[in-house]
Design a protein around this ligand. Sequence first.
Ligand SMILES: [Zn+2]
Length: 297
Amino acid sequence: MTVTLDWFGCTTYRLNIDGLVVFLDTFMDRISSAPDNGATSAGITEADFALIGHSHMDHIEGADIIAKNTGAQVIGSYETARVLRKAGVSKDQLLPSAGGETYRLNADVTVKVFPSIHSCIWSEAAPSGVNLTGDLGVPQQERAARLAANRDDKTSLPEALAAEQTELDKIRIGSSNDGGALDYLIDTPDGTIFFQNSMGYYSGILAKIRADVTIMGCAGRGNIDGEPIQGSVEDYVEGVLTTVQPKRVVLGHHDNWAGAPDTPDLMDITPIRERLSKVAPDIEIIEPGYQDGMNLL
Ligand SMILES: [Zn+2]
């Protein structure tokens, strides 16, 4: 069996499992100032399934186009299903899930869905290497108010890019709520693959998950059991990987997917590498280039 992985930026990947094509998230139609991932959702002609981690635009965008063009079925939260129904995807192609479901993808491959939780985008965040504390016990209404203020504060793009963004926004889909975070465990005859696209977990659920490969986002403020992590991105990554104990980890969500001006194409993850070399030196860290077609298992 051959299992290959292509990265399209952010946490969008294509798995090809002996001809079974499974997308993990589907966001690839990016603003021109983002590094070029060489792909558009309209250019995807083959997909059997798409597993959507949650329905924010930087994960679900493109799922409607891919589903309509390929007939792929989409597994995601009830919010993901709502967004895609509104975008005109047939109900027959949607498999709304809350976590706890196991789906058969073909005769040899299944995927189990787990309830998960989004990173604390309402809270202070920092790149890896920076320790953050506080923001504990903040009620949801205040979190929502802080998030709205953060969004209003966004640095404005240069004029030409702002015009492009306005055009993109007209066709974009996504949820303004938390999008219903889910994690996925794909089981193939050659091994298991765990996918988590946002830095959050319920510790009691994660404790039961083991996988040969973990594919995870590594940007933002981690969320553990509903509270912001008291620590750094590398503390969060360590928590996931020392629990799930994979042989390999693929790190994502750390490229400049939004095309922010004066931002490197890839965030430096040296602090994560240094931490893992101490606490889990046997885990191979993989940072693929866009559409590398690497062998995963
Ligand atoms: Zn999100």
